[in-house]
Each structure stands twice: as structure tokens, then as C-alpha cells.
Design a protein around this ligand. Structure first.
Ligand SMILES: CCCCCCCC(=O)SCCNC(=O)CCNC(=O)[C@H](O)C(C)(C)COP(=O)(O)OP(=O)(O)OC[C@H]1O[C@@H](n2cnc3c(N)ncnc32)[C@H](O)[C@@H]1OP(=O)(O)O
Length: 226
């Protein structure tokens, strides 16, 4: 399947125009959201199942059949970072927020009170590192994205230059919240700080330097924050 028109302003950051109506976006959302949720359920079920060997083998054959059916018509390469004609972001393949990516929790971001962004999510068995706890790399990945979104709230997307995470105490699997906001600017650099919290308070904090690629200076895109 061919791809929609791609706009590549440079720095390896490509945006793909999906020139479709709001109704078509809603139709696709209604189709793929529950579909991807089912695959998330599948991942959790695969990790936690205790059924007998024959049932596992039968399930594997059934899953292989579904994969084969889906592979009969596929796009070339990855999903890409798409946006609509009125600049609504559709990063549906994204590893953190992707509506069509079962690996993504997915995070849904909203504006925070301090001009930053905030998100709530529930991290289940698929995100485990130490027993019953969220994997440190998962925390870093989520921070990377959420801080990047906070850096981009003014509509000018940035790349992560450097990010550091301080793990204050373990983060239990279950409900989490991430808050992030810009704390400073220096030319094309934006300094962003964020916290990750579990039910008993902050478990990790992060600081990142996000850089507007030279090619993006003065260009406004839309934020993915809905
Ligand atoms: C809206 C969607 C949000 C999504 C968020 C997702 C976040 C991500 O995962 S992004 C993917 C991970 N990041 C990357 O792949 C980035 C790879 N790196 C690059 O593309 C480039 O190095 C890039 C764009 C960061 C900087 O390149 P470039 O614009 O040429 O920088 P350059 O002109 O050398 O330097 C500009 C300034 O930034 C500083 N700088 C450059 N690189 C870094 C860095 N890695 N860390 C800290 N500071 C840096 C320089 O020192 C310079 O500072 P000053 O102006 O004070 O001298």
C-alpha cells in the first residue's frame, strides 16, 4: 500500500499529511482503538496465562492465522508521524501514545495547570522490570515522550538532546501519573522537568534538554496534546 504525501523538513523528522475528514478520522479511531486494545489484552494474557500446553499451542496457531490475514495488505515500513489538513497529530504508530500500537500504554496527554502537560495511565504486567515494579527503561521512555510533548506545547516540535532520570524509589505496576513543563529556554534549547508518580507520590524525576532542529525554527506545527 502506498503512503500519503510526506513532508520532510529535515533532521530526520518526517511528517505525513493524511488529507481526510474528521468523520474518517473518527471512523478509523473507532475501528482501531478497540482492535489495538484487544492486542494489549492479548499481551497481558500471554504473560499471565497458566493454561495447559495444548491450549497454548492451539492459541499460537490461531494467532498465526490472524497475523497471516492481516499481512495480506500492509503499508510499507512503519506508520510514520501523520497529521491532518488542520494539523491534528495522528502519531498512531508511536511507541508511547500510538493508538494503533499495542506496545504503547497508550498515554493520553492533556494540558497541565502550569502550561505543561500531564498524563495518567495504568501500567500492567507488560511493563514489569523488578518484580511487581515498572521497568526503569519504561519510565525513561515515558519521560522522554512526555517531556518532549511539554517541550513542544508551543507547536514547535523538538528532538530529545539529553535526558536524565533520577529514580527516587521503585514505581509499582498500576496507576501512574506524569507531569512535565518547560523550566527554561536558551535559544533553540528548551529545558524541561517532569515527575513520575504512583499512588504514594513521586517515584522518579527527570530533566531533559530538547532542541528545535535548525530547520524548524519559526515553523509552527500542532502539538499532539489533545
Ligand atoms: C511532539 C512530539 C514529541 C515527541 C517526543 C519524542 C522525543 C524523542 O524521542 S526524539 C528522538 C530521540 N532524539 C534524537 O533522535 C535526536 C538526535 N539528535 C539530533 O537530531 C541532533 O543532534 C539535534 C537535533 C538534537 C541537535 O542538532 P543541531 O540542531 O544540529 O544542534 P547544534 O546546532 O549542534 O546545537 C544547538 C545547541 O544545542 C546543544 N546540543 C546539541 N546537541 C545536544 C544534546 N544531544 N544534548 C544537549 N545539548 C545539545 C548545542 O550545544 C547547542 O547549544 P548552544 O546553542 O548553547 O551552543
Amino acid at each position: 500500500m502506498s503512503r500519503p504525501e510526506t513532508d520532510s523538513p529535515g533532521a530526520g523528522m518526517e511528517f505525513t499529511l493524511e488529507d481526510i475528514s474528521d468523520e474518517e478520522i473518527m471512523r478509523r479511531r473507532a475501528l482501531y482503538e478497540p482492535f489495538t486494545d484487544s492486542v494489549r489484552d492479548l499481551i497481558d494474557a500471554v504473560i499471565r496465562t497458566e493454561v495447559d500446553d495444548a491450549t497454548v499451542r492451539q492459541a499460537q496457531a490461531e494467532i498465526a492465522g490472524v497475523v497471516q490475514r492481516l499481512r495480506t495488505q500492509q503499508m510499507d515500513g512503519a506508520y510514520g508521524v501523520r497529521y491532518t489538513a488542520d494539523k491534528k497529530g495522528m502519531a498512531w504508530g508511536n511507541a508511547v501514545i500510538g493508538l494503533r500500537n499495542a506496545i504503547a500504554p497508550p498515554l493520553v496527554l492533556r494540558p497541565g495547570d502550569d502550561g505543561g502537560v500531564v498524563t495518567d495511565a495504568t501500567l500492567g504486567a507488560a511493563y514489569e522490570g523488578p518484580s511487581g515494579l515498572v521497568h526503569g527503561g519504561v519510565c525513561a521512555m515515558l519521560f522522554d515522550h512526555v517531556l518532549g510533548e511539554a517541550a513542544s506545547v508551543d507547536g514547535i516540535p523538538c528532538f530529545t538532546g539529553t535526558i536524565s532520570v533520577r529514580y527516587l524509589r521503585p514505581t509499582p505496576l498500576g496507576p501512574i501519573r506524569i507531569d512535565a513543563a518547560i523550566s527554561g529556554r536558551d535559544g533553540r534549547k528548551k529545558i524541561v522537568r517532569g515527575t513520575l508518580s504512583g499512588p504514594d507520590g513521586v517515584t522518579a524525576e527527570a530533566e531533559g534538554i530538547f532542541i528545535v532542529p535548525r530547520e524548524f525554527e519559526g515553523q509552527a506545527f500542532s502539538s499532539w496534546v489533545s
